[in-house]
Design a protein around this ligand. Structure first.
Ligand code: ASP
Length: 344
């Protein structure tokens, strides 16, 4: 593939830019006094990363490199990501690549999918093995991400995640392994494409969902509480006074112990409560199980079903809706519109 496209590449940190403290010195080392010797921290800058990629220059893509943050992705905040969207939109390039740590990558990508207004692909990538390790995957992932962002094949589809030569829709993808280079999967749908011999190749279609109004800030407190066997619900106590909304990661198709049902209903009368599943795949059901604490019971008590969204994506969507001052009715309507089974 050779192209005249221009692609903005935003570097946020993560494993792809990490080298071990006490190892090879690198420019931009802002963490050495702040980090544990022997462990890897973000140190490499955009130029060093890009120059290390065989085949990138031959693409002919003009790269607009942005040294945006140098953080482990656990330290990224909604404010960083909203700022990035503003800057990326002003850059007005043919495509955007966001390079970040993989730990929160699925949440970042889903936020972008909800709020990115353009047709230009916004492609999120990272690495599972840092550059000091054998088989480091960062260069291949970044090359594939630029290839997808510069091409026409995935235009108009919102945010995408590209790792391991696979293209995933942001709404489906999740990190399902702590260390494998094949950590990213779309459990409900599979990848929507691949990069084959350097060419972005769609293998499945995905509908572009409507975007939401972009809030100036997202500073609402929305925890995810996962329910466990014989859970006494201690974490739920007084939560409606401390938080703007809540995501409950229930068992199976959306279930909690019966003794928590009334308490959750009372909380849902005060703040929006979204019912998701802790299983990692499949929809929250709506009319299958009838016991107290099952999905039928909880939805009747006012909880909102998360549809196909896992708890972490449901939290991102709920946070955006609440930052836009959405009522419980708006939250229910938007989850039905954006998270439903029909959109898989
Ligand atoms: N801890 C890293 C992060 O910043 C992990 C990674 O990049 O894969 O998310």
């Amino acid at each position: 593939m050779s192209t005249t496209a221009t692609v903005s590449v935003f570097f946020l940190g993560g494993t792809i830019s990490m080298t071990p403290v006490g190892g090879t010195a690198a420019s931009g080392d802002t963490h050495s006094e702040d980090a544990h010797s022997g462990g890897a921290v973000s140190r490499l800058g955009p130029r060093e990363l890009v120059d290390a990629i065989p085949g990138l220059a031959a693409l002919g893509v003009t790269l607009d490199l942005r040294d945006f943050r140098k953080l482990p992705s656990a330290d990224l905040c909604f404010a960083d990501l909203l700022e990035l969207l503003d800057v990326a939109e002003r850059a007005n390039t043919d495509g955007v690549v966001v390079v970040q740590g993989t730990d929160t990558l699925e949440e970042t990508a889903y936020l972008f999918d909800l709020l990115w207004r353009g047709d230009a692909p916004i492609v999120v990538t990272g690495a599972m093995r840092n550059p000091s390790l054998a088989g480091a995957d960062g260069p291949a992932n970044l090359l594939a991400a630029v290839t997808v962002a510069a091409g026409s094949q995935f235009r108009g589809l919102g945010a995408l995640v590209v790792l391991n030569d696979e293209v995933h829709a942001a709404r489906h993808v999740a990190k399902h392994h702590t260390s494998s280079p094949a950590a990213f999967v779309s459990p409900n749908a599979g990848p929507i494409g691949r990069v084959v011999e350097g060419t972005p190749t769609p293998t499945a279609s995905v509908a572009r969902l409507p975007t939401l109004a972009r809030p100036a800030t997202i500073s609402v407190s929305v925890p995810v509480i996962s329910i466990a066997l014989d859970d006494d619900g201690t974490l739920l106590d007084g939560i409606e006074r401390r938080c703007a909304g809540l995501v409950v990661a229930g068992f199976g198709a959306g279930h909690v112990p019966g003794r928590l049902a009334e308490r959750l209903g009372a909380i849902a009368a005060r703040i929006p409560v979204v019912l998701a599943s802790r299983t990692g795949a499949g929809p929250v059901l709506s009319r299958t199980y009838g016991a107290i604490g099952s999905e039928v019971d909880l939805l009747q008590r006012g909880l909102v079903g998360a549809g196909m969204l896992d708890p972490f994506k449901a939290r991102v969507l709920l946070s955006v809706l609440l930052a836009n001052a959405g009522s419980r009715e708006v939250v229910a309507a938007q989850f039905a519109r954006l998270a439903g089974v029909a959109h898989s």
